[in-house]
Design a protein around this ligand. Structure first.
Ligand SMILES: [Zn+2]
Length: 347
């Protein structure tokens, strides 16, 4: 009995100590009425953080603070927004400013100034230093990464965002869908447009009346026979592509925003050990993941856990904040979170 009480007291003491030792990092995308986070919800969430006297940092200020003091103060929080939508300026920034809350926006530099729904460099400069920008790769693209046939356009299988130029020509019903992944985390296949057109012809003539299973089997045979025409990137080429893409991206973002770029958020939440190493060699210091859970006040920059609160309500937000503020509860939350399971790319 006495032992049980002692154990309970120790557990409670540890939990008490751990409260405020965790650094929750939250992840948003769009802030607008029709998708992402509603501005009124963001306002309530930020006002809640302000009422809790949370000390907010962005990646730049967090890094500087840790370099000077060794770790962030207790009760710290980091807000991040991915993709760099224009509403981050027009809707979210006024809220951050009102509550004096810092945030980091991970931007796809390829869209800046080209698509109206994304931020401009002028806006980035205006929001700085309360809000800093960091990189989220150039185009947030996907590429075909293996010869495995997983579907056919218009028939079955999904191929949605980030695939604008995956075929090099406009997409048509009957084009093959091969296994795909993120532009930096996955090996890239170079496939000529002629191959897709040939596949479509083969599909129209031989496969269109078959079942999904039969289409996959015979379609795969067709792909394999032409494998010699498809160039599969070697590790060396892949490494070079990743490094060059990052360096170009950094150069453009630094020139446009006037800020130092050294942190990256993995696009699509994909992660790859090899790419991680290559990016480190190219100068990336901080890596924002989509792994749920919390961070210690020293922040392991190679592995920043983030909690997406897209589509969350106030109750969920408060709950996640409470859990992730606590180093022990946040750790348990990470272990229990099933969404973390599909994180790493096995290659
Ligand atoms: Zn993204």
């Amino acid at each position: 009995m006495i032992i049980a009480i002692i154990v309970l007291v120790i557990i409670l003491a540890l939990l008490w100590w751990a409260h405020g030792e965790g650094v929750p990092v939250f992840l948003y995308h769009e802030v607008r009425k029709d998708s992402g986070t509603h501005p009124l919800l963001l306002e309530s969430e930020m006002s809640y953080l302000a009422s809790k006297k949370a000390k907010s940092f962005n990646f730049t200020t967090a890094k500087n603070y840790i370099d000077m003091h060794g770790k962030l103060p207790r009760n710290s929080v980091i807000i991040t927004l991915d993709d760099g939508y224009e509403d981050n300026y027009s809707k979210a920034y006024p809220i951050f400013k009102k509550h004096n809350i810092s945030a980091t926006i991970f931007v796809n530099s390829g869209f800046v100034g080209k698509k109206a729904e994304f931020l401009t460099y002028e806006q980035m400069r205006e929001m700085h230093p309360l809000i800093d920008v960091q990189t989220h790769t150039r185009y947030h693209n996907k590429n075909f990464s293996s010869l495995k046939l997983i579907g056919v356009i218009g028939i079955f299988g999904e191929l949605k965002n980030g695939v604008d130029d995956i075929y090099g020509i406009s997409r048509e019903v009957g084009f093959p869908i091969l296994e795909y992944g993120g532009e930096i985390t996955h090996r890239k296949l170079s496939i000529s447009s002629a191959f897709f057109i040939q596949f479509k012809k083969y599909f129209d003539e031989n496969l269109s009346d078959l079942t999904e299973k039969e289409i996959l089997e015979r379609g795969q045979g067709f792909v394999n026979e032409r494998a010699d025409d498809i160039c599969i990137e070697s590790d060396e080429m892949w490494k070079k592509r990743v490094a060059e893409a990052y360096l170009c991206n950094r150069r453009d973002l630094e020139k446009g925003s006037g800020q130092q770029i050294e942190h990256l958020a993995w696009p699509w939440g994909y992660y790859n050990k090899k790419t991680h190493q290559w990016l480190k060699e190219s100068g990336v210091v901080g890596f924002a993941t989509c792994i749920r859970g919390t961070n210690s006040r020293k922040l392991n920059f190679e592995w920043i856990r983030r909690n997406s609160i897209q589509n969350a309500n106030m109750k969920k937000f408060k709950f996640r904040y409470f859990i992730c503020k606590n180093l022990i509860l946040g750790w348990i939350y990470e272990k229990l979170s099933t969404k973390n399971a599909k994180w790493e790319i096995k290659e």
